[in-house]
Design a protein around this ligand. Structure first.
Ligand code: 13P
Length: 334
């Protein structure tokens, strides 16, 4: 298959109406933080058990078209010896891989951060592909205050995202471009809208500079939402209206699909907001979910590291997946 056909086939498999993505690509420190909430130690075996539970959920492929994995998971096996990426593929779920190596402070820009991982990326992608990965993810984060993010951070992160996306496409791997405007802080919904618009505008400018084919990539943005510490809690209609307006001003219709991150919203909020977004305004792209916490929180609490809770935890995951799938069609009935 030519690289173009390969990219198109993967995009078609991911961007299916009424389906979304499961983000299960927590890094070592992040999964340890999640496991701590249920009193489970983050050992390789416990991570394998948890991710096997997720991927072996019967019927998950009805609502989930792709799963983002962490490097370690690509090489792990289910109890019966089946490699986990293959288990996902057997469920009709395309396996993908987080390829950035995390964020560090951006030099000469106090309070801003930059994501690393470009060095050797093309070579690493060859290995990930051999292990079954067909798409990739890179997350850039933007801290928000009255002065953050700086122009420098907006430009530097856009450049890295675009270089990553171009390298992926050249390797026949569909890039998910994830610019996350953080919910941490006490900023208003309006401030989030201003920052998100500037960020996305710069990201698409950089993608264009690097000749990234928009039809062969997916965008994973944050919703336009007030900071967690802000006094006013915006309604789902306000979140939806601002989110769709900002995306409309910045994201070309050629982009194959937009899959939101949940970013610290409660599972119920993330579903309700996605549903409202799909009932709002002019939307030239499919708008769905690529949730980590909002899909995993309730099954994780149900599991608690106990083998006898596996089935019930899988039912909890299936429920969130089904509700978000409905929300991706604007058909969620809370
Ligand atoms: P959350 O939905 O928990 O924000 O995770 C999505 C993700 O992949 C963050 O990089």
């Amino acid at each position: 298959m030519s690289a173009q056909n390969e990219l198109q086939a993967t995009v078609d498999a991911l961007a299916q109406a009424g389906k979304g993505l499961l983000a299960a690509d927590e890094s070592g420190p992040t999964i340890a933080k999640r496991f701590k909430t249920i009193g489970v130690e983050s050992t390789e075996e416990n991570r394998r058990a948890w991710r096997t539970l997720l991927l072996s959920t019967p019927g998950l492929g009805e609502f989930i078209s792709g799963v983002i994995l962490y490097e370690e998971t690509l090489g792990q096996q289910a109890d019966d010896g089946e490699p986990l990426p293959q288990l996902a593929a057997h469920q009709g779920i395309v396996p993908g891989i987080k390829v950035d190596t995390g964020k560090i402070p951006l030099a000469h820009a106090s309070g801003d951060e930059i994501t690393q991982g470009l060095d050797g990326l093309a070579k690493r992608l060859e290995g990930y592909k051999a292990q079954g990965a067909r798409f990739a993810k890179w997350r850039a984060v933007y801290n928000v205050s009255d002065t953050l993010p700086s122009r420098l951070a907006i430009e530097a992160n856009a450049e890295s995202l675009a270089r990553y996306a171009a390298i992926c496409q050249e390797a026949g791997v569909v890039p998910i471009v994830e610019p996350e405007v953080l919910m941490d802080g006490d900023h208003s919904l309006t401030r989030c809208a201003v920052v998100t618009e500037a960020v996305l505008h710069e990201v698409f400018h950089a993608l264009n500079r690097h000749a990234v084919v928009l039809e062969h990539m997916l965008l994973k943005p944050s919703m336009v939402i007030a900071g967690k510490g802000h006094a006013l809690h915006a309604s789902v209609e306000q979140v939806a209206a601002h989110t769709v307006a900002v995306l409309g001003r910045t994201v070309p219709p050629a982009v194959a699909g937009i899959f939101f991150l949940s970013g610290g919203q409660t599972p119920e909020e993330a579903t309700a907001n996605l549903d409202a977004i799909n009932r709002t305004g002019r939307r030239p792209w499919p708008l769905s979910f690529s949730y980590g916490r909002a899909l995993q929180e309730s099954p994780l609490d149900t599991w608690c590291g106990q083998p006898q809770n596996v089935r019930e935890a899988q039912l909890a995951l299936l429920k969130r997946a089904r509700l978000n799938a409905a929300a991706s069609l604007g058909c969620y009935d809370a």
